[in-house]
Design a protein around this ligand. Structure first.
Ligand SMILES: [Zn+2]
Length: 354
């Protein structure tokens, strides 16, 4: 099944933010599925309101307390107060070192930048709802593909890399708090390292919020070099902070190593099993970035160039692995830039319907 709601669509240009994220990506995926008759009962599309009613929730889906459970309280206070605009400028890297606008043309904006916060909160709610739908077994394979979310660069006390809040860790911690679930896996296949998630999990373990009985384990397979692992970013990083904090299973893929990608991923999932000590996760969140795709439009994702077949093979391996073990999975669309970013998820979801 698919979770999608036009209210989560962010047209960045409306806010004066000039980054190549295609606002029509979700619609192109849905069109492709329709053309291929892949939208049957099994691949139904729910919107946020329908998802809320299916899980029987009421009131705000994501509260300030949910955000504070994962992120630093002072950071969250900024978002709800005077510090919001500055935090947004940082998360989207809209101001360079000299204080000049970077990919930011406020004179072209039709909406205030601060309105982005409301959209981000809806994105976070969608990720949480996708997890609940998957766990509830609305789809008989306990599979939910959310055409939103995946903000894995958001750190403990700051946004980064177009990510303001870390919907992945927020949703996983909320699930662990609210239910008797004890283990959640994150499998992050976006081209960029899931560095914010790694930092948040380490901070949560330090203060005893995670670890032992209740835990979240994070696998990230990503470009070995390039942002956020480029020399400039690393030189600016204080010790013990993202992106230097390792993920529980970290798989850097060097340039021209695409042929080894799938084998490395399989080995990584085996390590995740080992770290779980024989426990089956109650939920897996897949951060299904399409930016490793060879036709991705973002310059910073060019060090990894998987073909369409390799992207689909990657997703099908994860999908079948989880389905065979009856592990519910919530998939987040995550990174993917330019006009062809819809292709890998569209082909993958189409195959899950067959
Ligand atoms: Zn990415």
């Amino acid at each position: 099944m698919i979770l999608y709601d036009p209210v989560i669509t962010t047209v960045h240009q409306d806010y004066g933010v000039m980054i190549p994220i295609s606002a029509s990506r979700a619609n192109k995926i849905i069109d492709f599925l329709r053309q291929n008759e892949a939208l049957d009962d099994k691949t139904e599309i729910y919107n946020l309101a329908q998802a809320v009613s299916v899980i029987g929730a009421s009131g705000d889906i994501i509260t300030r307390a949910d955000l504070e459970q994962t992120h630093d309280k002072n950071f969250i206070a900024d978002l709800y107060g005077q510090g919001l605009e500055k935090r947004l400028l940082t998360a989207w890297e809209l101001i360079d070192k000299d204080g000049k606008p970077n990919r930011y043309e406020p004179e072209r904006a039709r909406k205030p930048l601060s309105a982005l916060f409301g959209v981000v909160l809806k994105q976070v709610a969608g990720t949480y709802l996708a997890c609940r739908l998957a766990m509830q077994g609305v789809d008989r394979d306990n599979f939910c593909y959310y055409l939103g979310g995946g903000m894995h660069h958001a750190r403990y006390d700051a946004g980064a890399g177009f990510c303001l809040l870390n919907d992945i860790v927020i949703a996983a911690q909320k699930i662990l708090t609210e239910t008797d679930s004890s283990l959640v896996w994150i499998i992050d296949v976006d081209a960029h390292k899931g560095c914010g998630s790694a930092e948040l999990l380490q901070f949560a373990r330090k203060v005893g919020k995670l670890g032992g009985e209740k835990n979240i384990l994070n696998l990230s397979i990503h470009m070995a070099h390039g942002w956020p692992l480029d020399p400039e970013t690393i030189a600016e990083t204080p010790p013990g902070r993202a992106p230097l904090i390792p993920c529980d299973v970290e798989i850097p893929i060097g340039e021209n190593r695409e042929a080894e990608y799938l084998q490395e991923l399989k080995e990584g999932v085996r390590k995740l099993e080992e770290l779980s000590g024989g426990r089956k996760p109650d939920l897996t969140i897949v951060v299904d970035g399409a930016d490793p795709y060879e036709h991705d439009g973002l310059p910073s994702s060019r060090l990894l160039r998987l073909s369409l077949e390799q992207c689909v093979e990657r997703d099908l391996f994860i999908y079948k692995y989880l389905r065979e073990r009856a592990i519910p999975s919530a998939w987040l669309i995550a990174g993917g830039y330019g006009e062809r970013a819809w292709e890998p998820p569209a082909h993958f979801v189409c195959l899950t319907a067959s």
